[in-house]
Unconditional design. Structure first.
Length: 135
C-alpha cells in the first residue's frame, strides 16, 4: 500500500477537481455510489474521494515512504495548492500504510520539517496500521 494522498469532500465534484490538476488518480469514489463494488446494494458513499499514489514503498519502510512523499510534494506543488484552494475539498491527507509489529510499544516519528512542509499545503497525516504478516 505505501502512502496515498486522499482528497475528500461531501460536495466534491471529482471531474472539476481532476480537470484543474495534472496529477492522475488511482481511485475515484463519488458521493452516491456504492461503497463496495461487490455490494452495490450495500452502503452508499456520503462523500467523494480521489486518491493518488504518493509512495509504493513497503509497509515496513516508513522512511522511504516519507522520502517519496517529500518528492511527491515538490513535484506536485501547483496541484496541491489548487486542491487546498478548492472550496469543495473538506480535507486531504497522506495516509501512510505501516506494519503493525504487535509489540508492547510502537511509535512513528514525524520530523518538524516534514510536518511544516505538509502544513504549508494544509495536508493532514493519517497512519493506517496493517498486521505484519511475519508475526
Amino acid at each position: 500500500m505505501g502512502c496515498n494522498l486522499h482528497v475528500i469532500g461531501r460536495d466534491l465534484d471529482t471531474i472539476t477537481l481532476l480537470s484543474a490538476i495534472k496529477m492522475k488518480p488511482y481511485k475515484i469514489k463519488n458521493k452516491g455510489e456504492p461503497r463496495a463494488i461487490k455490494k452495490p446494494e450495500g452502503q452508499i458513499m456520503t462523500y467523494s474521494v480521489v486518491s493518488f499514489l504518493a509512495s509504493d514503498a513497503d509497509f515496513d519502510d516508513f522512511e522511504k515512504q516519507k522520502e517519496d512523499v517529500i518528492a511527491f510534494i515538490l513535484i506536485n506543488k501547483e496541484d496541491l495548492i489548487a486542491i487546498k484552494n478548492n472550496s469543495e475539498v473538506e480535507y486531504f491527507n497522506f495516509d501512510f500504510g505501516i506494519a503493525n509489529k504487535m509489540k508492547w510499544h510502537q511509535s512513528t516519528y514525524f520530523e518538524p520539517d516534514f510536518i511544516s512542509l505538509l502544513a504549508t499545503y494544509g495536508i493532514g497525516i493519517e497512519l493506517t496500521m496493517y498486521l505484519d504478516s511475519e508475526q
